[in-house]
Design a binder for this molecule. Structure first.
Ligand code: IMP
Ligand code: MG
Length: 182
């Protein structure tokens, strides 16, 4: 796995140091609020777990899965695993956690959906934000690190569902991103 990484951008200690800073900021901002964290699966799992344990507030936690559901013809007797439903956040101060802001499409869709549930407020926290021209303009309130427009993996982030368990964030070797036969 390590040999697939071109270079490490942020090692474990660097990530944890930054999480200390963000957690302090979030704790101060939400000390008198009714914080509900909504983590977008699966990429945020490791980030979420490390961040939330640094926030000593009586927060609530829920998860949202935005992977597109490829519905197949449903036959009786088939077990279907459905997407998680949109959490009920009416009147709550919602903080959405996502792993990385790339084109902005995911967060735009999530924000739109969450607004319909009438929360008191919504903010967004991402571990990584790519410096690039985005397809969608999304306002993000807390950013772990800004990075160049490169494909990164580790610390929850995947390439074809692999590399999530790397304890650091690194740039994947370019040749691995190229699809065979292209
Ligand atoms: P967006 O909708 O284009 O902003 O993309 C957000 C999602 O794309 C993230 O939640 C990731 O799952 C995935 N993604 C975008 N860039 C990367 C990357 O560099 N590494 C791993 N996943 C990425
Ligand atoms: Mg992904």
């Amino acid at each position: 796995m390590q040999s697939d990484i071109e270079r490490v951008l942020f090692d474990g200690p660097a990530i944890h140091k930054r999480l200390d800073e963000i957690a302090t900021q979030i704790t101060a901002d939400y000390s008198d609020r009714d914080l509900t964290v909504i983590a977008i699966l699966t990429g945020t799992l490791i980030f979420m777990s490390d961040l939330l344990r640094r926030i000593p507030l009586p927060l609530k936690l829920d998860c949202l899965s935005v992977a597109s559901y490829h519905g197949k013809t449903q036959t009786s007797g088939e077990v279907i695993f459905k997407e998680l439903s949109v959490p009920d956040v009416a009147g709550q101060d919602v903080l959405i956690l996502d792993d990385i802001l790339d084109t902005g499409r995911t967060l735009e869709a999530v924000l739109k959906e969450m607004q319909t549930a009438r929360p008191r407020s919504i903010r967004v926290c991402v571990l990584l934000s790519k410096r690039k021209q985005r397809a969608r303009n999304v306002d993000v309130d807390y950013i772990g690190f800004e990075i160049d427009d490169e494909f990164v993996v580790g610390y929850g982030l995947d390439f074809m569902e692999r590399y999530r368990n790397l304890p650091y964030i690194g740039v994947l070797k370019k040749e691995l991103l190229e699809e065979p036969g292209q």
